[in-house]
Design a protein around this ligand. Structure first.
Ligand code: SAM
Length: 322
């Protein structure tokens, strides 16, 4: 089982302590009732990984770790165990000679986000829908004092725990397998990230309220999501699928999203970045061998998805809770 006890101890005496009123019960219920069919297999792979302290560690420009004293056999052992946690979607990671070339160049997203946000030094951060935790490590690299990620996907939890073990069992980052809707209003994080989540939410304004409820007063929200071109009244509600994804509900324009944030009480709302997702940023690799963006676009008109909608365009908005 994953041990969340150290996280509970860490938050017991600080501003996150009220979380302990619900979180331990939610996570024990999850461990009892909701484990994925492959979870024990994934957990075995984590257990077989060595606990290593990196001699070379970079979280500032990448997520990479290495040591000089590993044998080729030990390196191969690490690669084999990491392969058992495929598919790897968010990364890349370079761990003791194994380069995990993930479906997404999540580092490109980070490069688009980081220049526009308040410095992360010393901040306590919540990363909602953190995936494998790639950006959480980059947040630590940018000086955050503690990063909590939440994501209900259990494979991502296992990938995160594998990486954490290989980064020396770093206890400044924690991933919890819960959804944003399970969090009480903590009003305790200096920065909250929601990247790639809003379009998966059936009720996007409620999502914005839930994010606001996690921030301290004066805290910063960093919101990244799929958008469409258009004015403040433009919103696309796709049919059954968008770019082959089933669970996509609302794609507003960036101007509409700004208005939604203001309606929820955020101030100083800025549209910081717009970027078309390219087939270099999201693609099939040896670590994620299924269809990817190239197969989700109309082969005759890559400006459109296979369903005929505008191809993926993403925006970053930054806002402050008063
Ligand atoms: C497109 S991925 C984005 C991952 C990462 N934040 C990034 O930007 O690369 C969306 C993530 O949100 C997670 N997610 C979906 N519903 C969620 C919820 N209710 N609360 C928290 N995370 C959720 C999914 O499991 C998935 O890992």
């Amino acid at each position: 089982m994953i041990d969340f006890g150290r996280f509970y101890q860490q938050i017991a005496t600080g501003p996150l302590a009220p979380w302990l009123e619900v979180l331990p019960a939610q996570l024990s219920q999850w461990q009892r009732e909701n484990l994925h069919g492959h979870f024990h297999q994934w957990k075995k792979s984590i257990d077989h990984l060595p606990l290593l302290s990196p001699q070379q560690l970079d979280l500032v420009n990448s997520v990479s770790a290495d040591r000089d004293d590993l044998t080729p056999r030990q390196r191969l052992g690490i690669e084999t165990l990491l392969r058992q946690l495929m598919p790897w979607r968010k990364g890349p990671f370079s761990l003791y000679g194994t380069n995990i070339d993930t479906e997404w160049r999540s580092d490109w997203k980070w490069d688009r986000v980081l220049p526009h946000i308040s410095p992360l030094e010393g901040r306590t951060i919540l990363d909602v829908g953190c995936g494998s935790g790639y950006h959480m490590w980059r947040m630590l690299g940018a000086g955050a004092s503690m990063v909590v990620g939440i994501d209900p996907m259990q494979l991502f939890l296992c990938q995160f725990e594998a990486v954490r073990k290989l980064l020396g069992d770093d206890q400044r980052a924690h991933l919890l397998p819960v959804g944003i809707e399970q969090l009480p209003a903590l009003n305790a994080f200096d920065t909250v990230f929601s990247m790639g989540v809003l379009y998966h939410r059936r009720s996007p304004l409620d999502h914005l309220w839930q994010l606001k409820n996690q921030l301290v007063s004066d805290g910063e929200l960093v919101l990244e999501t799929l958008v469409i071109e258009g004015d403040e009244n433009a919103v696309l509600v796709p049919g059954e699928r968008y770019a082959q994804m089933r669970n996509v509900y609302f794609l507003p324009s960036a101007a509409a999203l700004k208005k939604w944030l203001e309606k929820c009480g955020f101030v100083d709302v800025r549209i910081a970045d717009h970027a078309v997702t390219s087939t270099q940023e999201q693609r099939r690799t040896k670590w994620m061998t299924s269809d990817s963006l190239a197969e989700f676009l109309d082969p005759e008109n890559p400006q459109r998805t296979v369903e005929g909608y505008p191809a993926p365009l993403r925006a970053v908005l930054v806002a402050r809770k008063p």
